[in-house]
Ligand binder design. Structure first.
Ligand SMILES: *Cc1c(COP(=O)(O)O)cnc(C)c1O
Length: 404
């Protein structure tokens, strides 16, 4: 009789988005005349840039001719794309990263989820709290996280690094020593970042204790401040202690198209073993990597024309972020993020929980956001609004909030 992987049964139900869905449905049924504005979406809404569409059309045509047809993509991804990424995202920024240290994938979510498989089963992980839930969930399924405590919402074998207004949303070095440290910078959901000096402290620490930093830079394109690095490899010493995840999803509108990459430097070693060689054997090589058509589409992201079009999209979302940030300030809220990320993180009024505030905003303003507690225990008392709506809706939502 087969048995299931019991670790999957330990995953607490993901009530966050289903509860939001139910509450919104109930509200709209009770108030059929009111329009609801959704500022809770963690997905892009602008269409793909024309340069990307053109590149995809061309690649589709190539697939239809024997001379230019492509079958399985190479394991690491096509060289044309890896070389371009290595140059434009890394070497041009002064980072020492080679094309063969870049592994193209179908997105950062799979890479973030799968990377833990190359590390020992008893590895101890540390995560920012609050954060994108994939890091903890994938380690739960791997059986690494111990027991779940429903009252605190924490796992017994996970080191939580609270990121709150009290510490400026910068995690402190943990007291217990982790093996794997997940950093998400700019952070989803808080929208906050680390400066070069702050990140250097982490790189030095990881090298000292022999930990690996798993650095999720999915929002790199939103960084506006000079002292915030775009890559962990801008920091000296990172080649021996860090892996970086990148995604075209939020940067170039690829959430439905799927493309990302992981950077695994050859200097990251455990004794004589390169993590690079292990990752080369990962699940999904060849079979679920990214198709030729999509890797060609990604090349357009690096063309002059494509870059300009994509910058316009990022600027569109960041104008929304400004509207939300300024509008909330005027309305008297304590507001964070929104400068280097499309997320705005606000402190809910005294005496309310994150869910109280969700209900309040929905009922009084018809605006939907995301309760901070859904991203980790330290998210309680906070609330996330996203800049991915339309400009018109964003302006209208903030008018409603200011009128409360
Ligand atoms: C959206 C998001 C991703 C997902 O990336 P995909 O490439 O779409 O899989 C990864 N990390 C963070 C922090 C995200 O918010």
């Amino acid at each position: 009789m087969f048995q299931v992987n019991e670790n999957y049964l330990k995953l607490p139900g993901s009530y966050l988005f289903s509860t939001i869905g139910k509450k919104v449905k109930a509200y709209s049924e009770a108030n059929p005349d009111k329009t609801i504005i959704r500022l809770g979406i963690g997905d892009v809404t602008q269409p793909l840039a024309p340069a990307i569409i053109e590149a995809m059309h061309k690649a589709v045509d190539e697939m239809g001719r024997a001379e230019t047809f492509h079958g399985y993509a190479p394991d690491l991804g096509y060289e044309f794309l890896r070389t371009t990424i290595a140059k434009q995202d890394y070497q041009d920024r002064g980072c020492h990263i080679e094309a063969d240290e870049i592994f193209i994938s179908d997105g950062a979510k799979s890479d973030c989820g799968n990377m833990q498989e190359v590390f020992a089963a008893d590895s101890c992980i540390a995560v920012c709290d609050p954060v994108y839930p994939v890091y903890v969930d994938s380690n739960v399924m791997a059986g690494r996280t111990g027991e779940y405590d429903e009252t605190t919402g924490t796992w017994s074998n996970v080191i939580y690094m609270p990121c709150t207004a009290e510490n400026g949303f910068a995690p402190k070095l943990p007291e217990e020593t982790p093996d794997l440290i997940y950093l998400c910078v700019p952070n989803n959901p808080t929208g906050t970042t680390l400066t070069r000096d702050q990140l250097k402290v982490w790189v030095d620490y990881a090298n000292k204790v022999g930990a690996v930093i798993l650095y999720d830079a999915a929002y790199e394109a939103y960084i506006a401040q000079e002292d915030v690095p775009h890559s962990i490899f801008e920091i000296e010493g990172a080649r021996t202690c860090a892996i970086e995840f990148r995604s075209f999803s939020k940067n170039a509108g690829f959430t439905g198209v799927r493309l990302g990459f992981a950077v695994v430097p050859k200097d990251l070693k455990c004794g004589d073993v390169m993590v690079h060689s292990l990752w080369a054997r990962r699940h999904g090589t060849k079979f679920n990597g990214a198709p030729y058509i999509i890797q060609k589409a990604a090349m357009a992201v690096y063309s002059q024309e494509g870059k300009a079009q994509i910058q316009e999209q990022v600027a569109y979302y960041m104008r929304n972020a400004r509207v939300i940030y300024d509008g909330l300030k005027v309305a008297g809220y304590e507001v964070y993020g929104g400068v280097n990320a499309p997320y705005i993180w606000l402190k809910v009024p005294e005496g309310m929980t994150s869910w109280d505030f969700f209900d309040y905003l929905l009922e009084k303003a018809g605006v939907v956001g995301t309760p901070g507690s859904g991203f980790g225990p330290s998210g309680e008392g906070y609330f996330r609004l996203t800049a991915f709506g339309t400009y018109e809706n964003t302006v209208a939502a903030l008018e409603r909030i200011r009128g409360l």
